[in-house]
Design a protein. Sequence first.
Length: 437
Amino acid sequence: MFHNNTLTSLKTKLQNDNTVIVIVPDGFNFKWHGSFDFDGFVNFFDWSHTNVSVKIDLTKCHNANYQAISLLVLYAWKLKSQRCTVTFIESDSTNGASEMYRRLGARGTFTVLMHEGNNFNGNQYKPLFAMRNTNDFKKVIETAQSYTDDFNVEFTKTLRYVLSELLYNTLEHGQSHYQFGTKTHKIPSLCQFSYFKNKNEVSFIIADSGIGIKQHLEQAYPGQVSHEEAILKAMKPQVSGTFGQNDPYKNKNNAGIGLFLSTNIIRRLNADMHIISGNGLVHISPRDITNKKMEAYWPGTFVLVTIKLDPSTSVQNLEQMLSGFREEALSEQRKADGREESERLYINISNYFGFFAEDKEAAIKFRNERIFPALEKGKVILLDFINIESSPHSFLSALLASPIKTTGMRSYKVFKITNATPGIRETVDFIMDENTE
């Protein structure tokens, strides 16, 4: 595995006549000296290329990991969306990255991208899938189940449950889009399995190049401090949920506990899960949950899971396990609701001022009676502009200018805005800037 200190020399890029050659280094995987090094791995990917010819050279890589190679496919798709012409350079070797690339069926990278009915035709034990719809979802689930046919039925059901939750997440939140001319195209998510029969081990990766967990959460929970904190927050019950049906990043429809349940089940399976989003990394192991900020950056999210398959392993009844976790989730949520109630003033603007929030005198009265007292108690002010059709500068200034001026630079942490139209958001930002100088 390459390391940060030697990355520059191993990741060679040559530019000639508007062509970039990206050399995949020997030892292309997630580990360095036996320990995970996602920083070094993620730092390989340069997402800045636009309108150039990119050649991804696999010939120098003799030792790689199937999940790592699969991410090159997602990388190629993303570069294609940035108007790059992307080709892979292979060797004839029956070992190394070139052969692994072929076993994945990755020669069909761009056929799969452009034709939703097509998927990868890879090795039975190393399958690669594009995730775009329910048909793709079913194929992945069937493949995973085939690996555990001889296992305890509860183990099979439990693995299926975890995988289903993660696949739903990437289908709902992970796909990204790009515009060519007047047509919008979709960049699918990816799922890759590796079944190591001699080690009784299954590992899989689910990856996308979407907006990432932090930006996703900020649609409903603005002001996330960091990518790793956003991942941890998404693992809490009743947080991440589903955002929209047609556009997953608009209008929070419901909140869920899928990731909360999945991460807890992973620990019961004595498995390992790594979640990478933006520059955040969270590791869920049977022993603990750790997080860190990476130097490198992944534009989207990928989840890597490794599970030891032991036919003799006894797994608790799935429904009993889920019931226990749901009770734990509800208890945790009730505590969080209590803390939130004592620490936050939630203001639904339409409840107090109607869908046309324009009454300046009413804004001043509300400011004095509700906002200033809440600030004195140290509360965060959450202003929800859902369904507000009009809210002019005079109204917003009467409501917020004095409280912001009193609070100073802390206003950026104290005042949270959600569901505002671009015009209202821009006006509030202007008032914030004007009164915190």
